[in-house]
Ligand binder design. Structure first.
Ligand SMILES: Cc1cc2nc3c(=O)[nH]c(=O)nc-3n(C[C@H](O)[C@H](O)[C@H](O)COP(=O)(O)OP(=O)(O)OC[C@H]3O[C@@H](n4cnc5c(N)ncnc54)[C@H](O)[C@@H]3O)c2cc1C
Length: 442
């Protein structure tokens, strides 16, 4: 039985690895890029510097994944220090658990807004859910309703603008099923406020950026991984894919390329319902800008900072040189800014490198430095940044995946499954493991 795997990102490499672990060797991984790792790749655009495609950290509640990553790379263990930059102040992340860090007046209006929350938030759309604030009626920690309480200020000043900046779509069009573990609720027990979230402790490779993990896994797969090998048409009736060296037959196809592209590449058109479902899937586009500076680390003790305000052309900036000193030459600082652009078809200008540099130099991450300290810049565009959980997404996916599976095609991974809530590296690794079991009948 021949298994062809499209893509050498975490999901594709994991599929191949788990197939091999199950004793299955008739497989091949076809990757269009010259390198492996997909969105979790790292590169060295200049000697001495190492950048990731956005701030990636390693975390999981699955011991098996963490054990595999530890076996593949030497990791540093870190305790998350993240902040939100708002109204000229910095508050610890998650902001909703650290309102005391805000200027007094803003803190009071946010607290008053929380007190006025309805007992149950509407869950129809992300916008409604955020406005009704944080969805947990047990979570009210304000003992008395302050006089003159106003609306949901915290949604207005932070959660709505930040989510609009990240998702780049009308938040009424987004669902809420993915929120758990991604947006901190206001807890009932104030004692549990301090360390929230699955990535409150994380790990990071000592050398080579996050991509070191996936390079190491590809190394173990030997000659089964082919880079610079884009898959063109997928001839599902004949069970073969078109590659630069000719057609390759398969019994099972495991695809990690974006689901929309996979359906578009099916050479004999699939049913109309599948085509139209795939065409309506939406994702953000991503712009990553790396800026290397000569000088000391910022005074602010942060791994990354969220920027909800429109005056900054990025939604998050990471101090990558704090993850590992191997990311930048000694005496230098490496910052990585992420910006979102709306889905295809909606025009919006991408921030220029100069605009990002200017924003970073204005921010608490680099305002101790100046333009003359900038020694290196790099900008990277990805057509797919975040698969958007729109309200119609699940109906669309239900029309696509069962049909593909009926043709012996499994579409997995961040953009293969198109499920943001299963879009991290550990999910990709797990989907690869499940795909390997599935095709071997396990
Ligand atoms: C900004 C950002 C920050 C993130 N932070 C984290 C984090 O902190 N922690 C975490 O765990 N995860 C994080 N992630 C998610 C992580 O990047 C993904 O989970 C992971 O890359 C998904 O792996 P994948 O294999 O499903 O997809 P991808 O990484 O997208 O890999 C798909 C591969 O398929 C290849 N391909 C596509 N089309 C073809 C074709 N036609 N022929 C051949 N090859 C093809 C692509 O080149 C690519 O290599 C982040 C993602 C982003 C964008």
């Amino acid at each position: 039985m021949t298994v062809v795997i499209i893509g050498a990102g975490p999901a594709g490499l994991s599929t191949a690895w788990h197939l091999q672990q199950l004793g299955h060797t008739d497989l091949v991984v076809l990757e269009k890029q010259p390198h492996v790792g997909g969105l979790a790749a790292s590169c060295s655009p200049e000697p001495g510097w190492c950048v990731d495609i956005g701030g990636h950290v390693v975390f999981s509640d699955r011991p098996g994944y963490m054990a595999l990553v530890r076996e593949l790379t030497e990791l540093r263990e870190l305790e998350r220090r993240a902040h939100v930059h708002l109204a000229g102040a910095l508050a610890r992340y998650p902001l909703q658990l650290h309102l005391g860090d805000l200027p007094d007046e803003l803190e009071q209006t946010c607290l008053a807004g929380l007190e006025r929350r309805p007992p149950r938030p509407r869950a129809g759309s992300l916008e409604d859910w955020l406005v009704d604030s944080f969805g947990d009626e047990r979570g009210c920690f304000i003992p008395e309703r302050p006089a003159g309480a106003r609306g949901p200020e915290l949604a207005r000043v932070f959660l709505l603008p930040y989510n609009r900046k990240l998702w780049q779509v009308d938040l009424h069009a987004m669902s809420t099923g993915w929120i758990k573990g991604r947006i901190a609720p206001v807890p009932r027990d104030p004692g549990s406020r301090v360390a929230w979230g699955p990535n409150r402790r994380f790990a990071y490779p000592v050398e080579g950026g996050v991509g070191a993990i996936w390079r190491s896994l590809a190394g173990r797969l030997g000659n089964d991984v082919f880079t610079r090998c884009p898959v063109g048409a997928v001839r599902w009736k004949d069970r073969e894919v078109e590659t630069p060296t000719g057609p390759r037959g398969y019994d099972w196809l495991v695809s990690t390329m974006p689901l929309r592209e996979l359906v578009a590449s099916l050479s004999l058109a699939p049913p109309r319902s599948v085509q139209s479902a795939a065409a309506g899937l939406k994702c953000t586009r991503l712009v990553v800008t790396a800026v290397g500076l000569r000088g000391s680390e910022p005074h602010l003790d942060a791994h990354w900072v969220y920027f909800p305000e429109p005056s900054f052309p990025f939604y998050r900036a990471t101090v990558l040189s704090r993850y590992s000193h191997a990311m930048a030459p000694p005496g230098h600082l490496l910052l990585l800014a992420e910006s979102s652009l709306p889905p295809d078809g909606i025009a919006r200008r991408s921030p220029s490198i100069d605009e990002v540099v200017e924003g970073l130099l204005r921010s608490p991450l680099a305002r101790h430095l100046g333009p003359k300290d900038v020694v290196f810049t790099w900008q990277h565009h990805e057509d797919g940044g975040y698969p958007i959980p729109t309200r119609d997404r699940d109906t669309r996916l239900d029309a696509i995946h069962p049909w593909l599976e009926s043709q012996q095609i499994l579409s997995i991974g961040r953009f293969g499954s198109w499920r943001y809530e299963a879009g991290n590296m550990d999910h990709a690794e797990l989907m690869g493991q499940e795909a390997a079991r599935r095709v071997t009948g396990g």
